[in-house]
Design a protein around this ligand. Structure first.
Ligand code: ZN
Length: 251
């Protein structure tokens, strides 16, 4: 077996664009959870006509990986979404669904076997398509108004230690002292600006409290997983600053 191959079971979906894409169009890796109680039902949903949804890979609770749509066909997993200047990310991404009942049905920790498979598969795809670590994202990052997946139990920090995705480089003890400490309105604006620089979708409602709360929650699910309250505090601001600087260095 060569280095860029990994054993997966083929279990193809009917839901994909007929037109094949070029490997260089693949720029993003997007993680999801299934959000359903039952694993088999989630797989069936991704395969059948009616749902109009699919993904490229499915990671079962026992760590087994299914290929649902081959990489060079566009799968239907992201929906209305954006990141930086990219819109409707299906055409530029690979979607990975991970079995987990999600927030509506007793959200669970991802299993060790799932995490090991996520690491193996991601490493392979990142290398094969030359995907930037800053383009490894969750569904809630690119569609924060609609989605919570893969959620605050997704091991982003651990993945970043394995060179998958990105994380800040601040000590948790330092950050804990900044948690729940209020900031002023200018600092709040600064935070939202940082999120925009990182890549989070911004729109005309950017100044509304509702939008700010929603985008803050998406940020917290990703980078401050211990407390998801939609309130911008000093800890959130500091993390956003650190990430902005780090990502600037990358590009
Ligand atoms: Zn999703």
């Amino acid at each position: 077996m060569n280095k860029l191959s990994l054993y997966t079971t083929k279990n193809y979906s009917l839901n994909f664009d007929i037109k094949k894409r070029k490997p260089k169009q693949i720029k993003f890796l997007i993680f999801h959870y299934t959000g359903m109680k039952n694993e088999k039902n989630s797989i069936d949903r991704l395969l059948g006509y009616k749902s109009k949804v699919s993904c490229h890979y499915f990671i079962k609770s026992n760590g087994k990986i299914l290929t649902i749509v081959p990489d060079l066909y566009v799968a239907w997993h992201a929906g209305i979404s954006s990141w930086k200047n990219y819109k409707f990310l299906n055409k530029n991404s690979i979607g990975i669904e991970i079995n987990n009942p999600g927030h509506n049905f007793k959200y669970k920790k991802f299993s060790k076997k799932q995490i090991n498979s996520i690491i193996k598969l991601s490493k392979l795809l990142i290398k094969k398509y030359n995907i930037k670590n800053s383009n490894v994202l969750g569904h809630s990052d690119i569609a924060p108004d609609r989605k919570k997946d893969p959620g605050e139990k997704f091991p982003w920090k651990y993945l970043s230690k394995n060179n998958i995705g990105f994380w800040h480089d601040l000590a948790s003890s330092y950050l804990l002292n900044k948690r729940n400490i209020k900031i002023n309105n200018i600092e709040k604006k600064k935070f939202i600006k940082n999120l925009c620089k990182i890549g989070y979708p911004m729109n005309k409602n950017i100044k509304s409290n509702k939008y700010s709360k929603m985008i803050t929650k998406a940020f917290q699910r990703r980078f401050r997983q211990e407390l998801i309250n939609g309130i911008i505090d000093q800890e959130c601001l500091i993390i956003s600053k650190n990430l902005t600087k780090k990502l600037n260095k990358f590009s």
